[in-house]
Ligand binder design. Sequence first.
Ligand code: RB5
Length: 133
Amino acid sequence: MIIAVGSDHAGYEGGIPYKPELMRHIESLGHIVVDCGTNGSESVDYPDFAEAVANAILEKHAVCGILLCGTGIGMSIAANRHRGIRAAACATVDMARLSREHNDANVLCLGRRILELDQCKELITLWLDTPFS
Ligand code: RB5
């Protein structure tokens, strides 16, 4: 699948920048990433990147999207302003699975300040593998 990925500066804070790690993880699963930015630790406005991912999906440049901010909440609020986007902020395996099975979420929002990198990878892997029931 082609997957749009976006984050604000939270995706680049701390010791390990999550966004490039998560893009590599998605590619290692056999998917193609559309990079919607940001690409550094300079402070930016998260709605700009939620909009970029939403537009990539709505314009059919990507099938679904992954958004990263401090908590995942701001990105989900911003992405859900776009008709046709069903963004879910998920912090557990069950939330990620059910957001696909029950809600047909087309954007997964993750929190850099909430989740370890390996947890993000686990949620992404599960989310991408889970069909809408
Ligand atoms: C940025 O500092 C932070 O506010 C943002 O990443 C996000 O957590 C908002 O929901």
